[in-house]
Design a protein around this ligand. Sequence first.
Ligand code: RIB
Length: 293
Amino acid sequence: MKVLNFGSLNLDYVYSVDHMVQPGETLTSKERNVFCGGKGLNQSIALAKAGVSVCHAGQIGAEGSVLTDALIEQGVDTKLVQKVDVPTGHTVIQVDKSGQNCILLFGGANREMTKDYVDFVFEEFSDEDVLLLQNEINLLDYIIDKAYEKDMKIVLNPSPFDSNLDSCDLSKISMFLLNEIEGAQISGETEPGKILQVMREKYPGAKVVLTLGCDGSVYQDGETRIRQDIYAVEAVDTTAAGDTFTGYFMAAILSGSEPKEALDLASKASAIAVTRQGAAPSIPMREEIDFLI
Ligand code: RIB
């Protein structure tokens, strides 16, 4: 079994601010850092740090080698990542005093993939393999159809939730991992119980993991629901907390853990991630988790 993560690779320009900049306001930031990020890259790194062997596919521009270097450093297979003549995806992220963030995304190379490239990537995979996706790349609908044709299991983190997803056949998804905002957008409900109920009605074959910020997370498989509390910590930067959760949850399930155990591990990993600055650099190694929490 191989894991293919077809996902974004971004350079994150992170600005520390007193408060999020308001319309019409000019605000001086206290510090700027550049980190490796992108929901795709972060989730590949979380999977790799959790001990899963993962192959990343996606696109970067000329200045994106630092991103593939970061993946390679963690043991992620990057042979399918393609360099194109388009700027690398990047973000402008504000992080305030409480560790909350605001993210402005420029898709760049992440959004210039062609069907030929997608076809080329899928030549390497079969029905024994698992595909992980987020929503920061183009051709998501085509990629889902292609993986489904191959009988691959498809795990989707529909983040950020936008009109790109309208053309995707979400009945082909085996597992959704989403936060309460994405849950509300996909279901039209705001109360977690109702979000899960709508997800079950709309996608009866899919397992769902709904993260609820300070209220923890819930796993749903048919009639079964399992709840998990958070590990309370002082947040410095919440960027990539969701990606850390996704990577660690998926890694635990793939290595045979029960969902309750997987939720617990993912909650611990994301609690550590929010105590550190940046996206990819904040993701803990598997060995750190039992030691730190
Ligand atoms: O989930 C966090 C990520 O979202 C950041 O690394 C940024 O690149 C955006 O894609």
